[in-house]
Design a protein around this ligand. Structure first.
Ligand SMILES: C[S@@+](CC[C@H](N)C(=O)[O-])C[C@H]1O[C@@H](n2cnc3c(N)ncnc32)[C@H](O)[C@@H]1O
Length: 228
């Protein structure tokens, strides 16, 4: 898979690409991630990329020309162009599961007040990572990239993500490590029993219990899906 991220702030991605699982996935050739500064696509003097909004108002607006030129330069018939946008569809684990099937993702990071409305005509999907406003699309681009890359075969083991929260509309079960007793709090007996069948049953029960307590909406969604 290839992911091209179009941004005005490439340095924000330095730590993201050079640590932990993402770094390993890149080094193992499982994903190629390119950070592209769309300032270099500006046809204007001093590489200008933004201007004041028509009609007045606060902040600067990203111009069409640099953003659209950058998209067109990296786009192929296989590409899916994503715009990070607080007004877009809310990003979920199931979105990540769909995105991992694409060969090429292009993620556009907005900044400042936003972008010229006409840029929307050049994207396939608008994604929001939640109902709050960030200063730019770089953190959403990292969130999307991270959640997709970990699902690519070979990046982490399948078992690691199959029981994760939101896969199968359930939350994950509680986990413990040594010591078996910490300040009077004991690890549930069954996890020390060595009985794999019993451990499996306990974990499934815990997943259902947690989901009912914390996110009953996920279970309702699953029931609706079954009925349809
Ligand atoms: C300050 S925001 C612009 C917000 C815009 N004026 C609005 O109210 O819809 C600048 C950029 O950050 C990114 N951004 C901010 N919050 C986001 C969110 N929750 N999800 C995805 N992208 C976001 C988008 O790329 C956006 O264009």
């Amino acid at each position: 898979m290839k992911i091209d991220i179009l941004t005005l702030f490439p340095k924000m991605f330095e730590g993201f690409l050079t640590e932990s699982i993402i770094k390993r996935a890149i080094n193992d050739g499982l994903v190629e991630i390119n950070i592209i500064d769309f300032r270099k696509y500006s046809p204007f003097k001093h590489h200008q990329v933004d201007d004041t909004p028509y009609g007045g108002g606060a902040g600067m607006v990203l111009m069409c020309e640099p953003v659209v030129r950058a998209i067109e330069d990296v786009k192929t018939p296989d590409s899916l162009v994503i715009l990070t946008c607080p007004q877009g569809q809310t990003y979920q684990e199931k979105t990540a599961q769909t995105l991992k099937n694409y060969h090429h993702l292009i993620i556009v990071c907005g900044h400042y007040e936003g972008y010229d409305e006409r840029i929307r005509e050049f994207v396939d999907l608008e994604l929001s990572i939640g109902d709050y406003i960030l200063t730019g699309g770089e953190i959403p681009a990292m969130a999307i990239t991270d959640s997709v890359v970990r699902l690519i075969e070979g990046v982490i083991t399948k078992e690691s993500y199959e029981e994760d929260s939101f896969t199968n509309n359930l939350l994950d079960y509680p986990t413990y490590t040594k010591p078996a007793s910490f300040r009077g709090m004991d690890v549930p007996e069954v996890l020390l029993s060595g009985n794999h069948q019993k451990i499996k049953e306990y974990r499934i029960q815990e997943q259902i219990k947690r989901t009912k307590e914390r996110r009953p909406d996920l279970m309702e969604e699953q029931n609706e899906n079954k009925e349809n």
